[in-house]
Design a protein around this ligand. Structure first.
Ligand code: FES
Length: 463
């Protein structure tokens, strides 16, 4: 907890690392402090670059009333500007579109190039010279950096570079080639839930056995399959549940098929078909059957990728580096969940202390010419809409109940399992660091223990 030389006191601070005060998830003053001291200083995933492939293509990214235009210019570069005409503040861009010839303000017709430069003022003779100083008429730039097939913006000109801020998340996701992934579908929902409570549902795997029992192969139900993140234990081995090689493989296929179906992607149907094609391969050593099957699946997927022209990650390099499938988090509001060459992605944006916009993308690589059309910005769907795959439906069914439960008399704090729910604590204490005004270098150092694979133990953030 930041107490020593921190300039600001934090209400409902995390004093005990495994106990998170309930008020943090509904208190208006806490929410306002986050808007002022956290969201003003962090990198925010603004759009996938796939949304702005050509000169003039733009996306309006909004969060907590702040609107930023992210636009591709004629050099192919991506620029970002605060979305306000320099005359009287009208927003120049809404949602997504193409401003091939630049932005024209709909109010009095002032114009701006894709580089933000003001190119036209209607009837300038009506203005005092002091109000038409050229530099002051250009759009105010916002920091933008590109990573992993996405553009990220930051309202803080002094914040550390994006990739440094992403910590261990970045190299792991680069190994999965997230930059090459394309959007297969993209949907959203408005949850009556605090934004960090939404995060917390995806920061641990402890809930999987109860919330998503369909993911657990029948023979492994009594095992602590999902609890800790176990270094060196591959996906298949975690679901072995038998001394018989074929049963181990069958259990693993049961898992990835249900995961793919339940997420509407994440493990792509094409990847499951490749796994099915080697289902009955010869695996004479039961002790290593799961590992051997995984290795064979990597080879088969790489071969399928070569034959189909679909870009695949370098599975050998990943294995050598110990990079595994899983749920990966980038502070404060972005997730990637890669399994093989495909992934799901989440983005979380606060609306109010107890309301959050939650988005899911399903991402996959495609051969040239086979990319699906880029979907438009989704209209939020109801939490029980039948179009949701069943895993998000199951998560949505818990979250509003948890938000209500946090208001119950006598419920003072969430008690965390320190070995498997530690990421929740790490996130909450990094938030406290921002609210307390801890210096940016220590926040950056702390972030290295927060972003990365979820389900980690409680960490010492250094403040
Ligand atoms: Fe934009 Fe007047 S507000 S031209």
């Amino acid at each position: 907890m930041p107490t020593d030389d921190s300039p600001r006191a934090v209400p409902f601070a995390v004093d005990s690392t495994d106990r998170i005060p309930a008020e943090r998830y509904h208190d208006q003053a806490f929410f306002d402090l986050e808007a002022e001291h956290l969201w003003s200083s962090v990198w925010q995933m603004a759009c996938r670059l796939q949304e702005i492939p050509n000169a003039g293509d733009f996306v309006e990214y909004t969060n907590l009333g702040k609107s930023v235009i992210v636009v591709r210019d004629t050099n192919g570069d991506v620029n970002a500007f605060h979305n306000a005409c320099r005359h009287r503040g009208v927003q120049l861009a809404v949602d997504r579109g193409c401003a091939k010839n630049g932005f024209v303000c709909p109010f009095h017709g002032w114009c701006y190039g894709l580089d933000g430069a003001n190119t036209f003022v209607y009837s300038p003779d009506h203005f005092r010279d002091e109000n038409l100083v050229p530099d002051e008429l250009n759009l105010r730039p916002c920091r933008v950096e590109l990573w992993g097939g996405s553009a990220f913006i930051n309202h803080d000109d002094d914040a550390p570079p994006l990739r440094d801020s992403l910590g261990p998340f970045a190299p792991a996701m680069e190994a999965f080639n997230v930059e090459d992934m394309q959007i297969e579908w993209w949907e959203s929902a408005v949850l009556p839930v605090n934004w960090r409570l939404v995060l917390s549902a995806f920061l641990e795997g402890y809930h999987v056995c109860t919330t998503h029992p369909e993911l657990i192969p029948p023979g492994t139900r009594d095992k602590d399959t999902y609890a800790p993140s176990r270094p060196g234990v591959d996906y298949a081995s975690r679901y072995a549940g038998s001394d018989d090689s074929q049963t181990q493989v069958d259990n693993f296929l049961y898992y990835i098929k249900n995961l793919g179906e339940g997420m509407g992607g994440m493990v792509h149907a094409r990847e499951i078909a490749v796994a099915e094609s080697i289902r009955h391969m010869d695996l004479p050593e039961p002790a290593t059957a799961s590992r051997d099957f995984t290795a064979a699946l990597y080879v088969a997927l790489a071969e399928w990728g070569r034959e189909s022209g679909t870009p695949m990650p370098d599975f050998d390099a990943m294995a050598a580096q110990g990079i595994q499938s899983g749920v990966y988090y980038a502070f404060p509001h972005y997730f990637l969940l890669p399994v093989y060459a495909s992934a799901s992605a989440y983005r979380v944006r606060p609306i109010g202390p107890e309301e959050t916009l939650f988005e899911i993308w399903s991402l996959a690589p495609f051969a040239p010419g086979e990319q699906p059309p880029t979907p438009g910005t989704p209209t939020p769907m109801a939490l029980d809409d039948e179009r949701w795959p069943w895993i998000p439906l199951q998560d949505f069914s818990n979250l509003p109940r948890q938000q209500k439960g946090l208001h119950a008399k006598g419920f003072e704090y969430m008690r965390l399992a320190e070995s498997v729910e530690g990421t929740i604590s790490n996130v909450e204490r990094l938030v406290d660091g921002y609210l307390a005004g801890v210096d940016s270098q220590r926040l950056l150092d702390g972030a290295q223990h927060v972003s990365g694979k979820i389900g980690s133990p409680i960490a010492d953030l250094g403040f």
